[in-house]
Design a protein around this ligand. Structure first.
Ligand code: FAD
Length: 281
C-alpha cells in the first residue's frame, strides 16, 4: 500500500523541531529511523499530516561517558549502540541485545530514541533500559524532563511522553565494578519480535547474586521488572523464581502463541540466564 499524503519538514535544530510539533499539534509526529513509522504509514495504520524529521538535528546523536553516566543520543542507530566501544566496555548488556533486534538493514536505520518512544512491548531496548535503571531524557516546548525507565513505559505503545515532546537521549548509570548481566530471547525466527525475552543485571556476592533486576519483554503490555522472581533467585531458589513468574507476567493473548506457552518460554530463559550469570559466563 501507499502512505497517505503528508507534509515533510527537516528542521536544523531541536528548538525548530519542537516549534513545528507545537504548531501542528497531534497532527505532527517526529520521524527518526522510520523503520516503524513508515510501515504504519504504508499500512495506513497512522495518518499524521506532518512528519518532523529529526535526522538533521545536531546533538541528538553520539554516545558519551561522563560523571558516572553513559549518554546515548536518541538518534543513535541500533547498530551504533551495540558496536560502540563505550557501550561494549561499560554496558555489555546492550551490546548483547543489539543483534536480536530485527535485521541488519533495520538496525542500521532504527534508533534507540524511536524504539523507546514507540514502546513496543516485545522489543529489546525498553527492557534493557529497565534492567539498567536508565533515565529517558525528553525535551518539550517549555523544559527538559528526566523520566526513570520504570515510569516511562506505561502500557502497549504507551509512554510518559506528552504531545509535542521529543526523546533526546537515554542515560545509563555506570554499573558497579562487581556487576554481572544476562540476556536471552526466544523468537520464531532470528530477527522476529521476541516471544519471550529477558534482560538481567545483578551484583556478584561470593557464590550468589544480589540486587537482581529481571526485565522481561514480550510477556505483558510493557517491559516488566519481575521483583518476586529476583528475590527468589537471590535466595538461591530458581524453582521458586520460575513459579513466581505466573503472577508477575501477563503474556498477551495472540493467535500464534498461547499465553501459557510464552510463560513456559519465560521460565526457560530465566533458567538459562540465571545459570550463566551464576557461572560467570
Ligand atoms: P520511527 O519509525 O521513525 O518512529 C517510531 C515512532 O516513534 C513514531 O511514532 C515516531 O513519531 C516516534 N519517535 C521516533 N523518534 C522519536 C523521538 N526521538 N522522540 C519522540 N518520538 C519519537 N525493533 C526491535 O526493537 N526489535 C525487533 O526485533 C524488531 N523487529 C522489526 C522487524 C521489522 C520487519 C521492522 C520493520 C521493524 C522491527 N523493529 C524491531 C522496529 C525497529 O527497531 C524500529 O527501528 C524502532 O521500533 C523504531 O525506531 P525508528 O528510529 O525507526 O523510529
Amino acid at each position: 500500500m501507499k502512505a497517505p499524503d503528508f507534509a515533510y519538514a527537516r528542521p536544523a535544530s531541536l528548538d525548530e523541531a519542537l516549534a513545528l510539533l507545537a504548531a501542528h499539534g497531534e497532527d505532527a509526529v517526529p520521524l527518526a529511523g522510520g523503520q516503524s513509522l513508515v510501515t504504519t504509514l504504508n499500512l495506513r495504520l497512522s495518518a499524521p499530516s506532518v512528519l518532523v524529521d529529526l535526522n538533521a538535528i545536531p546533538g541528538l546523536s553520539g554516545i558519551t561517558e561522563a560523571e558516572g553516566v553513559v549518554r546515548v543520543g536518541a538518534m543513535a542507530r541500533h547498530r551504533e549502540v551495540g558496536t560502540s566501544e563505550i557501550v561494549r566496555a561499560r554496558l555489555p548488556l546492550l551490546a548483547a541485545a543489539m543483534p536480536h533486534i530485527a535485521h541488519p538493514a533495520i538496525r542500521n536505520r532504527g534508533t534507540i530514541g524511536g524504539s523507546v518512544a514507540l514502546a513496543d512491548p516485545a522489543t529489546e531496548w525498553p527492557a534493557c533500559c529497565l534492567a539498567l535503571d536508565a533515565t529517558i531524557v525528553v525535551r518539550g516546548p517549555q523544559a527538559e524532563r528526566r523520566i526513570a525507565a520504570r515510569d516511562f513505559f506505561q502500557g502497549l505503545y504507551a509512554t510518559a511522553l506528552r504531545p509535542g515532546e521529543i526523546v533526546v537521549a537515554v542515560e545509563f548509570p555506570l554499573p558497579a565494578s562487581d556487576a554481572v548481566w544476562g540476556f536471552d530471547e526466544l523468537a520464531r525466527r532470528r530477527g522476529d519480535y521476541a516471544l519471550a525475552g529477558l534482560a538481567a543485571t545483578a551484583r556478584r556476592t561470593g557464590a550468589g547474586l544480589a540486587d537482581m533486576r529481571l526485565a522481561f519483554f514480550g510477556l505483558a503490555d510493557r517491559p516488566v521488572l519481575a521483583v518476586a522472581a529476583a528475590a527468589a533467585l537471590e535466595a538461591g531458589d530458581l524453582t521458586g523464581a520460575q513459579a513466581a513468574l505466573a503472577d508477575e507476567l501477563d503474556p498477551p493473548v495472540d493467535p500464534g502463541t498461547r499465553p501459557e506457552t510464552r510463560l513456559h518460554l519465560a521460565r526457560v530463559i530465566l533458567g538459562r540466564v540465571a545459570g550463566r550469570m551464576l557461572a560467570g559466563e
